[in-house]
Design a protein around this ligand. Structure first.
Ligand code: BGC
Length: 748
């Protein structure tokens, strides 16, 4: 993304931080608690963890050069502090090998990691070679070794099947080998944004402890130390499958094509496409043990309800998770339909957890009847630690007849039907009735209706309102913002339309001010804790309030279809329900203080390679059940005020020109009333149905309200309109478009 004349920020250049040090009240605490609950314990042989009074030797440069977040618009946050893993270990009072730490501290500044530039982010940093003498000294003085291995990824670049990206480097393998030989107790911490290759795991017989510590934001080191010391028992669970090897991922053979990405695995994404995995979805150990019983199960007209009780049966306190899976007729896999996390339970203590499942959750899309149907047949429910675990049966139900829960229209059928649909649904224009000049403040004060106001707007004003100001880092909002829209021209200003500003992003505010750096999306989902997630994002809402940010460009919530996607770290899960419910909590948190969330990227933005042009080719059933579902859940459950379309095409139609995606599904089927904006700039194109309708006119006809961050010269083709819908956008369409924007501004 480099274009002459654009702001440095728009060219991907990070801007320096300015102003007073500031941390919103409570954010440090909630970021640490979210980090604590996000860490996933995958292996704990011989109870190598927690570390008691033993002395530990800490290896791996990422103890110092810790990855706190990924790269791109989902990173680039400037927190007041960043606690590295080593700093966390030190401040927790862990007895660690200071000689070894000194060696890393001396080496790291001489080998400053190259953070790359936009889209050329590093995947990993070169590792420090450890001499035999240093290794010997460490193993002589320490009982346990901790090895930190880090990986990063970022926007505009996918991971690759190479050493240093998906695979370990030779240096990392050499380090592990050496440590494994020298120590009887080895613990590996993975400072990663998503699954990597794990085939190395079985090579090291002394590797007894394995934790995914993710990228946990500014308090990372403290959270890691909390779990290492046992101050906190790990309670994170995987929100995505870790397969034995890359080829096992159902999407492995169909990912990464720069032009057309065929979603050949269909609905069998992640755990749905596997019978077993190295570490399955939902997996996560604790320092204690839990037992879950089903106290009561009942079926009502619209729900299946489960009353469960989880008991801490171990010797330490901790938080437990109840996961509920359903079998659905016609599918040979079980599907997550509910979950609940307990509070901290002391040994022997229990908590009752209610899991209400809406019947619509077990509906599936029937392509023939073009509807979501609860099919007739037999359903079973299981409480399990993974989808493959069927030890506790929770209930069953028989549905005697198909029940249609949502009639839809096929959105993958192509141009002819679409053209007809657009014609039939063209909105009628609103006419000027009031003669006196109405201002937006009059509408706000209830003196006139919004339609009275819109009827007085000229086509040029309506058109200007449909575009942002033009660039990122607008002088009309906080430095480092992502752009503004609304009252951006003198004429719109004169009508009292305010300027609305936007800022990234999902892990904290990306502005030129100090703001909180949150754990990455994947880590947040691993907490499986909705209350905590809401609290976490409401701390970001505090930052927004403090800096006057109106719209947060997040959360990112695309499905983690394949581990190589460069933006997986921003997203939540491979599972639509977990993604949707985590996003729901995030949106509620962000919007709890009056600001707006903008969920993104709608839809099928599942790879970064050639993201501006690539087409996600996906059948209707898969599209609706897997890729649109999380957005539907978030919209129905949390009413995000904004949604951002994705850059990519879906079955050959760009999301920002996709009438069926926006008007048919989002507006008509889901009843969404909020604001729809493009991702930052869009590809120019003519409408295949109405070749005279181009670029911005094509976008507005598709129901995408605002081009962000705006036009400059790109895409600003000065569309005309009149009453010839074959060749022009109509006044009714322009007015309807303005209604969504102004309504958003009114209700904000
Ligand atoms: C990203 C969005 C982001 C926007 C503004 C785009 O490149 O895809 O997620 O919100 O830039 O920074």
């Amino acid at each position: 993304m480099s274009e002459a004349g654009l702001s440095p920020l728009a060219q991907g250049i990070s801007l320096p931080v300015e102003g007073e040090k500031y941390n919103s009240p409570g954010s440090i605490d909630v970021i640490r608690r979210a980090g604590d609950e996000a860490i996933v314990l995958l292996k704990n042989d011989d109870e190598v963890l927690p570390i008691k009074d033993e002395r530990v030797a800490v290896f791996g440069r990422c103890q110092i050069n810790t990855f706190f977040v990924g790269y791109g618009s989902g990173g680039d946050v400037k927190p007041t502090r960043k606690v590295s893993i080593l700093d966390g270990i030190k401040s927790a009072g862990i007895n660690y090998d200071t000689e070894l730490a000194r060696a890393y501290k001396a080496w790291c500044p001489d080998h400053i990691p190259d953070e790359g530039t936009w889209g050329k982010w590093p995947f990993s940093f070169p590792e420090m070679p450890v001499s035999d003498e240093l290794m010997q000294a460490a193993s002589d003085s320490c009982e346990k070794a901790v090895v930190v291995i880090g990986r990063a990824a970022g926007e505009d670049r996918d991971n690759t099947l190479t050493k240093g990206s998906f695979f370990l480097t030779d240096e990392e393998e050499a380090l592990l080998e050496k440590v494994d030989k020298a120590f009887e107790n080895v613990i590996v911490l993975l400072n990663i944004g998503g699954p990597i290759d794990f085939t190395w795991l079985k090579k090291y017989s002394n590797l007894k402890g394995l934790l995914i510590v993710w990228q946990l934001g500014q308090e990372m080191g403290h959270a890691v130390a909390d779990v290492l010391t046992g101050r906190v028992s790990p309670s994170g669970h995987l929100a995505q499958t870790i397969a034995e090897k890359y080829d096992d991922y159902p999407s492995a053979a169909h990912f990464g094509d720069p032009d057309s990405n065929e979603y050949k695995e269909g609905v069998r994404v992640g755990y749905r496409g596997l019978k077993e995995a190295l570490f399955p979805f939902g997996y996560g150990l604790s320092y204690t043990t839990f037992d879950t019983q089903v106290l009561d199960y009942k079926e009502t007209a619209h729900t299946f309800e489960f009353r469960t009780e989880i008991t801490n049966t171990g010797k330490r306190s901790g938080k437990g998770l109840v996961q509920l899976y359903a079998t659905i007729p016609g599918y040979d896999f079980r599907t997550l339909v509910g979950y609940g996390k307990s509070d901290e339970l002391a040994p022997g203590e229990s908590e009752v957890i209610l899991l209400p499942v809406k019947k619509v959750q077990v509906s599936i899309y029937d392509t023939d009847s073009e509807s979501f149907v609860i099919q007739k047949g037999f359903y079973e429910f299981f409480i399990g630690d993974t989808p493959y675990d069927t030890t506790v049966k929770a209930g069953q139900a028989t549905v005697t007849d198909d029940i249609v829960v949502q009639k839809c229209e096929s959105i993958t059928e192509g141009s002819e039907k679409l053209k007809e649909r657009i014609h039939d649904r063209l909105p009628a224009p609103v006419e000027t009735i009031v003669q006196e000049q109405i201002s937006f403040d009059d509408v706000r004060a209830g003196k006139y209706s919004l339609d009275d106001f819109i009827a007085q707007m000229t086509p040029a004003e309506l058109s200007d309102l449909s575009r942002g100001e033009g660039d990122m880092d607008s002088p009309n909002a906080i430095k480092g913002n992502a752009g503004v829209f609304g009252g951006i021209t003198p004429a719109l200003k004169k009508k009292d339309i305010p300027i609305i500003n936007t800022s990234d992003g999902p892990s904290g505010l990306r502005v030129c001010r100090y703001s909180s750096l949150l754990p990455i999306g994947t880590a947040v989902a691993s907490t499986w804790n909705r209350r905590l997630t809401e609290e976490l994002y409401s701390s970001e809402a505090d930052d927004m309030k403090h800096y006057g940010v109106d719209v947060l460009l997040g959360p990112g919530m695309n499905i983690q279809r394949n581990p190589l996607c460069g933006r997986n770290f921003e997203y939540y899960s491979e599972d639509p329900y977990l993604s949707g419910m985590t996003a729901t909590a995030a949106v509620r948190g962000i919007q709890s203080k009056g600001a707006a969330a903008c969920i993104k990227h709608f839809a099928c933005n599942n790879q970064e390679t050639n993201r501006y042009r690539n087409s996600s080719d996906v059948d209707e059933k898969t599209l609706r059940e897997i890729y649109l579902k999380p957005f539907e859940i978030a919209i129905r459950e949390s009413s995000p005020k904004c949604i951002m379309t994705s850059y990519n095409q879906i079955n050959g139609v760009w999301a920002h020109y996709n009438y069926d995606l926006v008007k048919t599904v989002l507006r008509k089927e889901w009843g969404y009333e909020g604001l729809v904006m493009t991702d930052w700039w869009m590809q120019l194109a003519d409408s295949p149905e109405f070749p005279g309708v181009k670029n911005n006119a094509y976008r507005i006809r598709a129901g995408v309200n605002i081009l962000m961050p705006g036009a400059l010269t790109r895409g600003d083709v000065g569309f005309v309109h009149d009453s010839d819908p074959e060749n022009y956008l109509t006044l009714g369409e322009l007015q309807e478009n303005a209604r969504y924007i102004l309504n958003f501004i009114l209700l904000r």
